[in-house]
Design a binder for this molecule. Structure first.
Ligand code: AMP
Length: 394
């Protein structure tokens, strides 16, 4: 790795500013509905506690408009973190300013403070140097453990690093990059990418970049229908982006030129409505009725995709194979999880809904790595440099 991680620094008793991603989902009463992102940062926080560091955590939550809004307060997160750590976590009234400065100055070793939502200041998203300097003035050491926001050049992720001699990665960041390295930089080949989900448009750059890097490209989900239509197949009312038919052909051509093997669905589960109670049947893709839509890959496709994975050493998966949120169209996605596990390959899953789908399959623990990042994971698949990661490479 080209950067330091927390365990390579001398942090004993020091003031540590740790950028975490506590952007957790909450219901309308401010109750956290999924604390996975908080749990994911515990190794870093617990390590810093053992080293008697003074821990100052900082995060954004939701999309406030650059000013305080009580519904975006991190108070529920401070409470939850306090339960998980079994120790007091104080919520600061803001993330910068004299009050916060006083609180930090009064910290004892192994104290934990959570700063209030970074996005209560519009300067955060503007990567403002003065705001970053204020934030940096709270601590002696900066740790980024928020891979999920590292695709954003925001002050707490990018500008802030300029004020520290050795900005470093936390354990979550380190682990994410370790596995992403395994798929994007140094994969054990053959490498297969399984790409699914809704539309081609959201993943065009991902498809273009991957078609240059992988050995096999497996395409399922809604986006497969644009590819099938571009090959002259009538797909009825399935999700199609007509304006991308030529682009889909170009992706297939470019893959072919590089010797990448491409797999598309050969059959699908079709329904007469976008509804779990709709009429449903399985058809070859060539026989999708005019007024029906494909909402999952069919059993023959599942077998085909499973066979394609048998001699693979590394698998990267983004995007469900069908509308997995509705039981009648979830089978293709859940079977895919089974095939990935059975292949014995190193498997890395991430982006958007894919981690949710894998967790619902009940087999999440058998996947090698599930990324906590959505947008950052996709930007990495697009071949982009992530500002938050670049900023650590000093
Ligand atoms: P994405 O965020 O691009 O990974 O898309 C995920 C969404 O794609 C999920 O909510 C799925 O329900 C949806 N999806 C998957 N397959 C299809 C399909 N055949 N038709 C419509 N939507 C689909």
């Amino acid at each position: 790795m080209q950067f330091k991680s927390i365990d390579e620094l001398e942090i004993q008793g020091k003031r540590l500013l740790i950028r975490v991603d506590f952007n957790v989902p909450m219901d309308e009463n401010g109750v956290i509905t999924d604390d996975a992102r908080i749990q994911a940062t515990l190794p870093t926080i617990k390590y810093a506690l053992k080293q008697n560091a003074k821990i100052i955590l900082t995060s954004h939550l939701g999309r406030p408009k650059g000013a305080p809004e009580s519904k975006y307060s991190l108070r529920p997160v401070a409470r939850r973190l306090s339960e998980l750590l079994k120790k007091e976590v104080k919520l600061a009234p803001d993330c910068i300013g004299p009050e916060v400065g006083k609180m930090v100055a009064a910290m004892h070793p192994a104290d934990v403070i959570l700063l209030e939502n970074l996005r209560f200041h519009k300067e955060e998203e503007k990567n403002d140097p003065a705001f970053a300097k204020n934030l940096a003035s709270l601590a002696e050491i900066y740790i980024n453990d928020a891979f999920a926001v590292s695709h954003r050049a925001h002050a707490s992720v990018e500008a802030v690093t300029k004020y520290f001699k050795e900005p470093a990665a936390g354990f979550l960041m380190k682990e994410e990059l370790h596995y992403l390295n395994k798929i994007m930089v140094n994969p054990a080949r053959p490498l297969a990418a399984i790409i699914g989900g809704g539309k081609v448009s959201g993943k065009l750059e991902v498809l273009k970049n991957l078609s240059l890097r992988v050995d096999k490209l497996i395409i399922g989900g809604g986006m497969a229908f644009t590819f099938l239509k571009s090959a002259g197949i009538e797909v009825g009312k399935s999700l199609v982006e007509d304006e991308l038919l030529t682009t889909a052909q170009e992706v297939l051509e470019s893959a072919k030129k590089r010797g990448v093997k491409v797999y598309l669905p050969i059959d699908c589960v079709v329904a007469d409505r976008f509804d779990p109670t709709a009429q449903i049947k399985v058809t070859p893709v060539q026989e999708i009725p005019k007024d029906w839509m494909g909402l999952d890959i069919g059993p023959a496709t599942t077998t085909l995709f499973g066979e394609a994975l048998q001699n693979i050493n590394t698998i990267l998966w983004n995007g469900p194979m069908g509308v997995f949120e509705m039981a009648p169209f979830s089978r293709g996605t859940f079977e895919m999880v089974r095939h990935i596990i059975n292949s014995g390959a190193v498997s890395v899953v991430g982006g958007g809904d894919t981690d949710l789908a894998v967790h619902r399959s009940g087999e999440a623990q058998r996947i090698s790595y599930i990324s906590t990042a959505g947008g950052a994971f996709l930007e990495l698949l697009e071949g982009k440099n992530l500002p938050g990661v670049e900023a650590l490479k000093k």
